[in-house]
Design a protein around this ligand. Sequence first.
Ligand code: FEO
Length: 400
Amino acid sequence: MAIFKAVKISESVYWVGAIDWNIREFHGYTTHHGSTYNAYLVLADKPTLIDTVKAPFKDELLQRISSVIDPRDIAYIVSNHTEMDHSGCLPEIIQIVKPEKVFASVMGAKALNQHFTLPQEIVPLKTGDELSLGNKTLAFTETRMLHWPDSMFSYLKEERLLFSQDGFGMHLASEERFSDEVDQGLLDYESATYFANILLPYANLITALLDKVKATGLAIDMIAPDHGPIWRRDLAVILDKYRAWSEQKPTRKAVVLYDTMWHSTERMARAVEEGLREGGARVQLMSMAAFHRSDVAYEILDAGALVVGSPTLNNNIFPTVADVLTYLKGLRPKNLVGAAFGSYGWSGESALQVNDILNEMKIEIAHEPVKCQYVPHEDSLAQCHAMGMKVARRLIEVAG
Ligand code: FEO
């Protein structure tokens, strides 16, 4: 008996994915609300499966397909993205389904063969290629680096439905299949968190892609991503959000992140916070003992300033602060001003080392690093407060 059933999402398309309620770690990103691995079955003359799921969820995928058709009736499989959460069970699915053809982008065909030993050749596709399913047509656009070099979008012309793999997705396990059915606060939070942690490094490419799609005048009624809910009535909302997140125009919000050993750097952080607020900034204070690095990425997405505090430990940046800086550096946030501070015992390298990393991240330094030996007294706290005021003044100049 098939426990897992397909969900019809349009005239000929069924959601046949898997729900991963319990995943909390996704290559360094904490997924507070689990995820889904979406796959789609197009019931055309040539039944076509768009993407598969993470390997342990193969049976869930097969059961959902079986609730509509015999999986062996699938003629084509299209792999929009090679990452294992979408291709992990592809080799086994090919063995079971024995499709006539399997398709991927040019880079996807290469990457799939580097990941797996596949029982049949992958037919490469490039931007502008179309695939006839008999009574339906799929058109393809390569979307390199959104999220991997192999990524592509597939567009079902007759139903104006875009299969967007990681694009417009979010890590959210839920019973609801459509975005308009999900609590809107949760939807906003998870879509922004996903963008910040997965797509931020490629923000410039996203802006260019949005412009390209707009120029083609392509009509889209539904966006079906590979994670989280499907967009149907609220396409303009998510498209506008993607543009805003991609542009990262600075706001008056400042993120102060720090960790502390004996509360000295923490006291400095509170003085910076007060200075920022008095200077006119909105502040989000984040101790790395309390927040995860992916929570910081979410807060940075709509911030204009990043101020970082670290004690010196064994001539180095404190490990939790080094961790989040390494992560943020990889995400390449734009248009930030910032500064560094930290306490120390006898050598005091950390504030300077943090300042160097902020420079490497192309963050405009608004104040020289502030260091304090052992415990901050009135003069050190006043310096931190003044630093906060100065960062806030610069933030207001750039953010307006
Ligand atoms: Fe959901 Fe880039 O994989």
